[in-house]
Ligand binder design. Structure first.
Ligand SMILES: [Zn+2]
Length: 203
C-alpha cells in the first residue's frame, strides 16, 4: 500500500478489467514519472468518453454522430445484419474483412442469474429494424455472432425463436471452431473469418 493520491489512482485502475494490482501500479507510477501534459491528455480523453460518446441510433454501436460509420455507409449490404453483444465485437468482425453487411449491438447477452433478460438487451430494437422496411430493403439474413459461451448460446437460441416467423429471413450462427467459453474478441482474425464464412442456418 502506498499513501495518498497514488494509492487512490492504483485502486481505481485496478478495478478495470484485465488490469490487476501490478498493472495498475505500473501505470500509476508511469504517469507520475511522465510529463504533466500526458496526464492532461488522459484526463481530457476520459472526459470525452464520459460526455461525448454517442450510440448509433440504428445499430447501437459507438458512434461520433447519430449514425455510426457503418450504418451511414451506403456501400454496406443492408440485407445482412450481424448481431453481436458489444461494440468491441463489431471491431473484431470488421478486422476479418469477411463481412460487408450491417450490425446490431445487443449490449450484452442473456444472463438470468445477473438479472439480464430480453428487456435489458436491444432485442426490441432489432425486431423493429427487421419489421421496418421504410428503406425498401428487406433483411434476408441475421447472423447471430454472440460469444461462444453459455450466455451467448442462450441468446442465440432465444433470437432464433424470436426471428423464426419473419418471412424470407434466415437466421445463421457462426460456425463452431471458436474456442468454447471464450469471447469473440479473443479469436484471431483467421479463425473468426472462417467461423463467419462457415456459418450455418439455425433450425
Ligand atoms: Zn450503426
Amino acid at each position: 500500500m502506498y499513501e495518498g493520491p497514488i494509492q487512490d489512482l492504483i485502486d481505481e485502475l485496478a478495478k478495470q478489467p484485465g488490469l490487476g494490482p501490478k498493472g495498475a501500479q505500473r501505470i500509476a507510477f508511469h504517469l507520475l514519472a511522465g510529463e504533466k501534459s500526458e496526464i492532461d491528455r488522459l484526463i481530457a480523453a476520459l472526459g470525452r468518453v464520459r460526455d461525448d460518446v454517442i450510440f448509433c441510433a440504428e445499430c447501437g454501436n459507438v458512434a461520433a454522430n447519430r449514425l455510426c460509420r457503418i450504418c451511414s455507409d451506403p456501400r454496406r449490404d443492408a440485407t445482412k445484419i450481424c448481431v453481436v453483444e458489444e461494440p468491441k465485437d463489431v471491431h473484431a468482425i470488421e478486422r476479418t474483412k469477411e463481412f460487408t453487411g450491417r450490425y446490431h449491438v445487443l449490449g450484452g447477452a442473456l444472463d438470468p442469474l445477473s438479472g439480464i433478460g430480453p428487456d435489458q438487451l436491444r432485442i426490441r430494437e432489432l425486431l423493429r429494424r427487421l419489421g421496418n422496411q421504410a428503406d425498401g430493403i428487406d433483411v434476408t439474413e441475421v447472423i447471430v455472432a454472440t460469444d461462444p459461451n453459455t450466455e451467448g448460446e442462450a441468446t442465440a437460441t432465444y433470437l432464433q425463436r424470436m426471428l423464426k416467423d419473419f418471412p424470407g429471413l434466415s437466421v445463421t450462427r457462426l460456425a463452431s471452431g471458436l474456442p468454447m467459453g471464450g469471447d469473440l474478441e479473443f479469436a484471431d482474425e483467421l479463425t473468426l473469418g472462417r467461423a463467419l464464412s462457415g456459418r450455418r442456418v439455425l433450425a
